[in-house]
Design a protein around this ligand. Structure first.
Ligand code: TXA
Ligand code: MG
Length: 323
């Protein structure tokens, strides 16, 4: 079979079944999900998961979540699931939501970095979901980027880093959401958000009655919280969203000859810079999410003196994204 499969406009089920065969045979695959691209392997095979760590250059102290296709598969890898955990999964699966559960012995220690919990997510992206279904095993799939780098939301941005390391590549076009899943762990009956994502705190509070935003401070439950993420090569300045934002950006631009500005549609005409990258309308947080990783990579590739990013105003309650 071809190593590169184009499923941008249509899923080819018989090809996907062959890819599932690669997963079952301990191969590794680059594929799209609705959040970001993933690099995945049979989550029940130590040998296969080792290849994923190696391809990403990932620390073995950083556990990997499992993509699953149904509740039965979740129950095959996790135990002692509480009523609230079932409820959260019922509302947010399939979708951009990962929940940390108690692991069963069948999950190899390499997946959980030796810990007694395992993260599970049921993706809504059709290619990812069907790939798990056809494989018949959970797929251990971190985001498809070299460790420490930006997540990949289209194949172009990541193929060079992985084409010689994976057995198969599925092109599914641009990621629909463009940000990773929200990671939640229920602690003493209260959901803690370990990593923010497309499912908002407001949505989780609506379901559970309470929520704790761990990512704002200590984050003791997220093993990767002290590791570097989203590194880029060039100098980058984020200018907070407030009344003086446009003037502040222009003041920074005056100091550099070769700048890139990443800004909202409304302000794109206000900056004195040769390169202006448009994230979308200021109020369209879905568009901003979809575009931000791609634009950061594009800006970084051009090696400017500085990348100036307009911060976006946080809106509460936010328009959420389900499934
Ligand atoms: O949307 C997503 O979640 C994407 C797509 C590909 O599914 N995946 C993703 O995986 O973002 P990754 O590996 O880049 O980020 C997963 C995060 C890591 O920070 C890891 O430390 C944390 O989940 N994690 C994994 N297992 C965990 C566990 N048992 N307890 C706490 N955190 C865990
Ligand atoms: Mg990642």
């Amino acid at each position: 079979m071809e190593k590169y499969l184009d499923m941008k406009s249509k899923i080819n089920l018989s090809e996907l079944q062959k890819v599932a065969g690669i997963i079952k045979n301990d191969g590794i695959v680059l594929f799209p999900t609705e959040t970001v691209y993933g690099i995945g392997a049979n989550g029940l095979s130590k040998k296969a998961v080792e290849k994923v760590y190696k391809a990403k250059g990932r620390s073995i102290k950083n556990p990997i979540n499992l993509l699953v296709s149904d509740i039965k598969m979740i129950e095959s890898v996790a135990k002692d699931i509480t009523e609230l955990e079932y409820k959260l999964m019922d509302v947010f699966f399939p979708g951009p939501f990962t929940i940390i559960l108690k692991k069963k012995d069948i999950v190899p220690n390499i997946v959980t970095a030796g810990g007694d919990t395992v993260g599970v997510r049921m993706p809504s992206g059709e290619i990812a979901l069907k790939l798990v279904q056809e494989s018949g095993v959970p797929i251990a799939a971190p985001s498809a980027n070299l460790s420490g780098s930006l997540s990949g939301t289209n194949l172009n941005d990541i193929i060079g880093d992985f084409e010689n390391k994976v057995d198969c590549i599925i092109d599914g076009g641009d990621s629909k959401i463009g940000l990773e899943s929200t990671i939640v762990k229920v602690v003493d009956g209260v959901p803690h958000i370990l990593r923010p994502g497309a499912i908002t705190d407001v949505q989780i509070k609506d379901v559970a009655g309470d929520v704790v935003l761990d990512y704002l401070n200590k984050n003791e439950f997220l093993p990767s919280s002290d590791m570097a993420h989203y590194n880029i090569k060039n100098r980058c300045v984020l200018v907070k969203a407030d009344k003086g934002q446009v003037d502040k950006v222009n003041a920074i631009l005056e100091q550099y000859n070769n700048a890139v500005v990443i800004c909202c549609n409304e302000n794109a005409c206000k900056y004195n810079s040769k390169v202006i990258l448009n994230m979308g309308a200021k109020d369209n947080l879905e568009a901003v999410s979809r575009n931000i990783f791609r634009l950061l990579r594009e800006a970084d590739r051009s090696n400017p003196d500085v990348i100036v990013i307009e911060g976006i105003e946080e809106k509460r309650p936010r328009q959420g994204y389900y499934g």
